[in-house]
Design a binder for this molecule. Structure first.
Ligand SMILES: [Zn+2]
Length: 447
C-alpha cells in the first residue's frame, strides 16, 4: 500500500485532511454539522405538523464498490479476520450516519427522530460524489459482459449504465480472487468529500371525502381540454381542490368521484361523493371545526358548487367510492321536447316502466375516448310529467353508467329501445340533472 501512502501525503498538502477512501467523508468528523443545518432548513420550510420523522439516505454507487475493495484486500492480508458485518457494511454505515445526524437535527426542527420503524414522514437525502462515474468505470473490466451491453443500450437504463443495483449485483457474482485480479490496490483517494444534494421530504397522503352539488351547466367536472385548448374557465375539481390545498399544502392532488356528469348536467339532491388524495402534504391534522371552516370557504367561493359532508377518511375506506360503482343506481330528471307537439296522455307509456333492459352502443360523442361496445343497461324506473304540449319532464332511476341523453333521443338507433322509439315521437333532450347518486359513503356529518 506504499503507493497510496504517497498519494495521501500529496493530497494532504492541498487539503486540511485527506478524504476517507472508504466513506468518502460521510462519517469523518466535522462533516455532519453542515448537512444538519441544510436538512433542518429544508424541513422547516415545509412547516410540517408531524411530531416525528425518520431519515433515508441514498449513497453514491461507488461507495459499496470502495468498501468491497477494502474488504477483499483486508481478507487477503489477514485471512483470519471474521466476515461478520461484511455483507451489511453499507447499511451499518448509513445507520451510523443517521444516528449522528438524526438526534441533533430533531432538536433543531422540534421533532422526534425515529429510526428502524415505519414513520409517515421521511426526509430523503441523497449524497453524491463527483468522482462516482469515474470510480465505477472499473466495472467494465470486472464484468465486461454486463456493462459493455449496458453501455450499448444506455438509453434503456434510466439509472445510468452504473446503477446501484447493477453494480451491487455484479460485485456479488465475483469471487474475491477474481475481484483482486482486476483491483489489486485500494480505491483512490477521493478528490472531494460527499455532498448532499437531494433533500426531499415524503409524507403519506391524506384523503378528504365529501359530496358536491353542481349548479352550473357550464362547469366541467375536471379541467377540460380540446386539442390542447382549455374549455370553460374552471372545473369542480379545481374549485374544490385549490381552496382545500391552501391549508393542506400538498405537492399534488388526485380527485376522484363516484361516476361523473357532463359539463352541461347539474348535480342536485345529496350530491356526488368524491375523494381527494393529497400527495405529500405538509399539514395533515385538522380538527372537525377546521374542516367545517374549509367547507364553508369552498361554499362561499362559488355559486356553481356546494360542498357537504367534508371529512378526512382512512386510505382503506377510499375503495368504497369505486366499489360496486356499476351496480349503484342514479336518479335523473330530464327536460324533454317533442318538437312537433304531442298528446300528454302518451306519457302513460313511459310512466310505470320497471326494470327495462336497454342495449347501448358506445355513444358517438364519446367514441374518441371509449371503446366501441354494446352494453346492456337497466332503467329501473321511470315516470313522466307533462309541462305543456311540447315539453315534458322525464324522471328516471337507472343503473350507473347509463347514457341518459342517448336513451332519450336514441343516438341514431345506437340505443334501443329509447324514448323516441317508445313514444313514436321526435323527442329530444334539452337539459339533464342528476338527482341522486345512491352511495352511502362518505358518512353524513352532523354540522
Ligand atoms: Zn470513513
Amino acid at each position: 500500500m506504499s503507493a497510496s501512502n504517497g498519494q495521501i501525503e500529496h493530497v494532504s498538502k492541498k487539503q486540511k485532511y485527506a478524504v476517507c477512501i472508504a466513506c468518502i467523508g460521510l462519517l469523518q468528523s466535522g462533516s455532519t454539522s453542515n448537512v444538519i443545518t441544510q436538512i433542518s432548513e429544508a424541513m422547516l420550510s415545509g412547516d410540517h405538523d408531524a411530531d416525528a420523522f425518520t431519515l433515508a439516505l441514498a449513497l453514491p454507487v461507488c461507495l459499496s464498490l470502495r468498501v468491497h475493495r477494502i474488504w477483499t484486500l483486508l481478507k487477503q492480508a489477514y485471512p483470519q479476520i471474521p466476515e461478520k458485518g461484511r455483507t451489511d457494511h453499507i447499511a451499518t454505515m448509513k445507520d451510523v450516519w443517521k444516528n449522528l445526524v438524526g438526534p441533533p437535527l430533531g432538536k433543531m426542527v422540534d421533532k422526534t427522530f425515529i429510526q428502524g420503524q415505519y414513520i409517515e414522514f421521511i426526509m430523503n437525502i441523497s449524497a453524491s460524489y463527483a468522482g462516482d462515474m469515474e470510480d465505477c468505470k472499473i466495472m467494465d473490466q470486472l464484468c465486461e459482459s454486463t456493462f459493455a451491453l449496458r453501455r450499448k443500450q444506455h438509453k434503456k437504463y434510466a439509472g445510468g449504465v452504473y446503477s446501484k443495483q447493477s453494480v451491487d449485483a455484479a460485485i456479488k457474482r465475483l469471487t474475491d480472487e477474481e475481484f483482486l485480479k482486476v483491483c489489486p490496490n485500494p480505491p483512490c483517494i477521493p478528490t472531494e468529500a460527499i455532498t448532499f444534494t437531494g433533500l426531499k421530504w415524503q409524507r403519506d397522503s391524506i384523503y378528504m371525502a365529501g359530496r358536491y352539488n353542481k349548479y352550473s351547466r357550464e362547469l366541467p367536472q375536471t379541467p377540460w381540454f380540446v386539442e390542447g385548448e382549455r374549455k370553460m374557465g374552471s372545473s369542480v375539481q379545481e374549485l374544490l381542490c385549490e381552496i382545500l390545498n391552501k391549508s393542506v399544502k400538498a405537492e399534488d392532488y388526485r380527485f376522484s368521484s363516484s361516476g361523473r356528469e357532463d359539463v352541461d348536467v347539474r348535480c342536485l339532491g345529496n350530491g356526488r361523493p368524491f375523494v381527494i388524495e393529497f400527495i405529500n402534504p405538509c399539514k395533515t391534522r385538522f380538527s372537525r371545526k377546521e374542516i367545517t371552516e374549509f367547507q364553508k370557504e369552498v361554499n362561499l367561493s362559488s355559486e356553481m358548487i356546494q360542498l357537504r359532508d367534508l371529512q378526512i377518511v382512512d386510505k382503506k375506506d377510499v375503495k368504497n367510492l369505486k366499489e360496486g360503482e356499476e351496480e349503484k343506481t342514479k336518479a335523473y330528471c330530464a327536460l324533454c321536447i317533442a318538437r312537433s307537439g304531442y298528446d300528454p296522455s302518451l306519457l302513460n307509456q313511459l310512466s310505470g316502466v320497471k326494470e327495462l333492459v336497454i342495449q347501448q352502443k358506445t355513444p358517438v360523442r364519446v367514441l374518441h375516448r371509449r371503446p366501441l361496445l354494446t352494453r346492456p343497461r337497466i332503467i329501473h324506473e321511470m315516470w313522466a310529467s307533462s309541462i305543456d304540449n311540447f315539453f315534458f319532464k322525464l324522471h328516471l332511476t337507472t343503473q350507473a353508467g347509463t347514457y341518459i341523453k342517448e336513451f332519450v333521443h336514441g343516438d341514431l338507433g345506437r340505443t334501443t329501445p329509447n324514448v323516441r322509439s317508445i313514444l313514436g315521437l321526435d323527442v329530444d333532450i334539452i337539459a339533464l340533472d342528476v338527482e341522486r347518486v345512491a352511495l352511502d359513503w362518505p358518512p353524513k356529518c352532523s354540522e
